[in-house]
Design a protein around this ligand. Structure first.
Ligand SMILES: *Cc1c(COP(=O)(O)O)cnc(C)c1O
Length: 221
């Protein structure tokens, strides 16, 4: 069986140079993350704040921790001193809370606005119009401790490649349009184990890969 180290190397060597790999380590033990770290991986993604904090405390401090999950506002304070990038910002209220907590640590926290691109209503995210209106609002301009560096989206869970491609492409065109006006825009986070190649074809420059590196997750244990 291939180990974590081999999988990291295999995936990394096939990624275009401009694409950042976020190794999604949610539910996985410290030892798995350490193995990926030893293979040179430094960017890890978690979807629960508490779990990320515990892992941060135990692991080397040059790891860049990305919060990729839906955010509970009352828990933002626990990660404000170290989180490197927050992918799942889907309301202005959350952005305001991140700003408030970042200020306490004298930091500017990089964030992505999460767009709703999937057909399912279960996936969180903002409409394209909501994204534009947040960016254009005066309230947003007053926040000095958050920086929106791009967008994140998740495609519909389907085998229909055309559908996935349509969704990724629509987010890419929103991204490129906004990047002309907002010079802080650098990151388009799209693509997971099952669809990252397609996401890259559609313009993604950050992929979030879990099960293809660490194996499938067992939520029952
Ligand atoms: C779990 C998760 C991933 C990784 O999913 P895999 O299918 O295991 O690659 C990516 N993005 C988000 C937002 C996730 O919650």
């Amino acid at each position: 069986m291939q180990g974590i180290k081999d999988k990291i190397q295999e995936i990394k060597s096939a990624l275009p140079a401009n694409v950042t790999l976020v190794a999604v380590s949610k539910t996985k033990p410290i030892s798995d993350i350490q193995e990926a770290y030893n293979a040179g991986q430094r960017v890890f993604g978690e979807n629960k704040i508490q779990e990320m904090v515990e892992k941060y405390d135990e692991l080397p401090k040059d790891i860049q921790w990305h919060m990729i999950g839906h955010l509970q506002r009352n828990k933002v304070k626990y990660m404000a001193h170290f989180v490197d990038l927050i992918h799942g910002v889907d309301s202005f209220k959350t952005l305001k809370e991140i700003d408030k907590q970042a200020k306490k640590h004298d930091r500017v926290i990089n964030c992505l606005l999460q767009a709703h691109i999937a057909e399912e209503d279960t996936k969180f995210g903002l409409s394209f119009n909501e994204i534009k209106s947040i960016l254009a609002s005066d309230e947003f301009k007053e926040l000095s401790n958050v920086k929106i560096v791009g967008l994140m989206g998740m495609a519909t869970f389907t085998d229909d490649k055309n559908q996935i491609q349509k969704e990724f492409s629509s987010l890419h065109s929103l991204y490129t349009g906004l990047a002309k006006h907002y010079t802080s825009f650098k990151i388009l986070s799209m693509g997971m184990s099952r669809d990252y190649n397609l996401a890259i074809e559609c313009g993604s420059n950050m992929v979030r890969i879990g099960s293809s590196i660490f194996g499938s997750r067992n939520y029952l244990t």
